[in-house]
Design a protein around this ligand. Structure first.
Ligand SMILES: NS(=O)(=O)c1c(F)c(F)c(S(=O)(=O)CCO)c(N[C@H]2CCc3ccccc32)c1F
Ligand SMILES: [Zn+2]
Length: 263
């Protein structure tokens, strides 16, 4: 696979050269703006199962060079969609210490400090992520907007280990914790649209759910996310900081964004 970055000669404007879907339709993220919205009374609250993991379970926290990710056990799933969507991993997109604006989705052009994505695949139809990732009904991603504010104890459950994965391909085992606590309180208020992976290969395979309400992390927590990691390997002579790992909003084309709430 060709290497890709968020800036420079391999940055997002060059992605379509090696990853044609990145230049195609139904791309994510988008700017969620009023003229795209349509209230849909049939949109039910999101229901997640088995997100409250025991501390006796182990999760892999890793730096994959593009983001910090946590692998998730397959008992975790979304039960309120037409098919069962089984959790695969969660990861983040963020800005930098000098520019704490790094969410991928924007709301009325407002960019948040960061964004969390919980990636699930349609396990009713596909045996694993790899088989689902390029299918139009393959993936469902939960998006959570993150703002700097109150300290967030749930985020601390993995942030306190971040210095163990400073470099690309480093991984550590961490104890399970309540992944539901990373989500906002209200799972009944969200934006819904058909979109894509926001990284190469940008397959248009994602049913996006972006929650209306953001969560907060403290400035110290944001700075550890935004300054601890490198996209380069530990032995590389010139370390490359990992920040600003967000794709810019894509053209909505004729897409409608369904909304589960009225005001
Ligand atoms: N914003 S996003 O939700 O579109 C999205 C990412 F932004 C992102 F960085 C990753 S990744 O795996 O950490 C690195 C590049 O694939 C994935 N990973 C997905 C895509 C392919 C794949 C295969 C197995 C497990 C997870 C993923 C992703 F779905
Ligand atoms: Zn993502």
């Amino acid at each position: 696979a060709a290497k890709w970055t968020y800036n420079g000669p391999d940055g997002e404007h060059h992605w379509p050269k090696h990853y044609p879907y990145c230049g195609g339709a139904f791309q994510s993220p988008i700017d969620i703006k009023p003229e795209l919205l349509r209230f849909d009374p049939t949109l039910r609250p999101i229901e997640v199962q088995n997100y409250d993991l025991s501390p006796n379970e182990q999760l892999t926290l890793g730096n994959n060079g593009h983001s910090v990710q946590i692998s998730l056990p397959s008992k975790m799933h979304i039960s309120s969609l037409p098919h069962r969507y089984t959790a695969a991993q969660l990861h983040f997109h963020w800005g930098s210490s000098s520019r704490p604006a790094g969410s991928e989705h924007t709301v009325n052009s407002r960019q948040y400090a960061a964004e969390m994505h919980v990636v699930h695949y349609n396990s009713d139809k596909y045996p694993n992520m790899s088989m689902a990732v390029d299918k139009s009904d393959g993936l469902a991603v939960l998006g959570v907007l993150i703002e700097v504010g109150e300290f967030n104890p749930a985020f601390e459950q993995f942030l306190r280990f971040i210095n163990g994965i400073k470099y690309r391909d480093q991984r550590v085992q961490i104890s399970g914790f309540n992944i539901r606590a990373l989500l906002p309180a209200r799972l009944d208020e969200y934006y819904r649209y058909d979109g894509s992976l926001t990284t190469p290969p940008c397959y248009p395979s994602v049913l996006w759910t972006v929650f209306r309400n953001h969560v907060t992390i403290s400035r110290k927590q944001f700075l550890s996310l935004a300054t601890a990691l490198f996209s380069s390997h530990a032995q590389d002579s010139s370390p490359v900081p990992l920040n600003g790992n967000y794709r810019k909003p894509q053209l909505p084309d004729s897409r409608v964004v369904l909304v589960s709430f009225k005001e």
